[in-house]
Design a protein around this ligand. Structure first.
Ligand code: CP
Length: 320
């Protein structure tokens, strides 16, 4: 198995062989998760702490389920009832929890780079569950697993990522991952929601949905991230849906077997038509959620193996 990482901070640090290793292991966890008895002991005796400084449904619950299915002792820190509310800093909070000897720390934070900073201060494996606009690596990995299972490959696909690119850590992690795996990527959205310098990623940029979707294998819609907007980026939600919202008419420009993805949570009637989101012949949105548990199990399993090996070498006095 090829997976060298000590932490999972972003897709940027992963090599294609590490991504393939993680997805292969996640495939086996999909099978396990479909059984009645879903337990393994890969993390038995290990402690996992989830620290979510931003709201989450999918990521937090799937990390918790993933840890429990791997046999870890899982603690969800209730940030809203913690000493963070009394002004304790992120680093002091992390050092406090680190003193309790966790093995895996899962962190979501509103500031880009906060999770990487925290990883420097603790002596366990850290997983980024989303940091500001920067990265959401497990989301990109679960998207990749969904695509690979549906399309039978993860190369030479035309993937359209549509909507609020500027505020999206999901878009950034997907751009990095799909680029590393040699796919053709198109970004579609209004110029106001397209980040400066995005051309560096080697993707094609469109502000017309029908032109951008032409011949696409995968259509990935993004949530309009109103909480990260400090001004008027769109004329109105109604106008936005008319021009950039995915409906059956616009989807007809993609390949007939194109799949529709959305990381959730969705704004129905804003970036995606509700009927299309629920259309099991085109939408794989619920499958993405299922893949999320398997990918998080694989990520924690691989990091735990590396952590055990590192500690074993340290105990034997071997230089690392
Ligand atoms: N996709 C995603 O990160 O969803 P949550 O915010 O619900 O975790």
């Amino acid at each position: 198995m090829t997976f060298r990482a000590r932490h999972l901070l972003g897709i940027e640090q992963l090599q294609p062989d590490e991504i393939r290793t993680l997805l292969d292991l996640a495939d086996s966890y999909v099978d396990l998760n479909r059984r009645t008895i879903k337990r393994t002991d890969a993390l038995a005796g290990m402690t996992q702490i989830n620290m979510f400084f931003e709201a989450s449904t999918r990521t937090q619950s799937s990390f918790e389920i993933a840890g429990k299915r791997l046999g870890a002792d899982v603690m969800n820190m209730a940030v809203s009832q913690s000493s963070v509310k009394k002004g304790e800093t992120l680093i002091d909070t992390a050092l406090t929890l680190n003193a309790m000897h966790p093995d895996l720390l899962v962190v979501r934070h509103q500031n880009s780079g906060a999770v990487a900073l925290l990883a420097e201060k603790v002596n366990c494996a850290v997983l980024n569950a989303g940091d500001g606009r920067h990265e959401h690596p497990t989301q990109a990995l679960l998207d990749a697993l969904t695509i690979r299972r549906r399309k039978g490959r993860l190369q030479r696909l035309t993937v359209a990522i549509c909507g609020d690119i500027a505020h999206s850590r999901v878009a950034r992690s997907n751009l990095l991952l799909l680029g590393k795996m040699e796919n053709r990527i198109r970004l579609i959205g209004p110029p106001t929601l397209m980040p400066a310098g995005v051309g560096e990623f080697g993707c094609e940029i469109y502000d017309d949905m029908k032109a951008g979707l032409e011949g696409a294998d995968v259509v990935m819609m993004l949530r309009l991230q109103k909480e990260r907007m400090d001004g008027g980026f769109i004329p109105s939600e109604r106008e936005y849906f008319y021009r950039y919202g995915l409906d059956a008419e616009k989807l007809a420009h993609a390949k007939p077997d194109a799949i529709v993805m959305h990381p959730g949570p969705m704004n129905r009637g804003v970036e995606i038509d509700g009927t299309l989101a629920d259309d099991i012949n085109r939408s794989v949105i619920q499958e993405q959620v299922e893949m999320g548990v398997a990918v998080r199990m694989a990520a924690m399993d691989l990091l735990a193996r590396n952590l055990k090996a590192e500690r074993g070498r340290a105990a034997a006095g071997v230089m690392v």
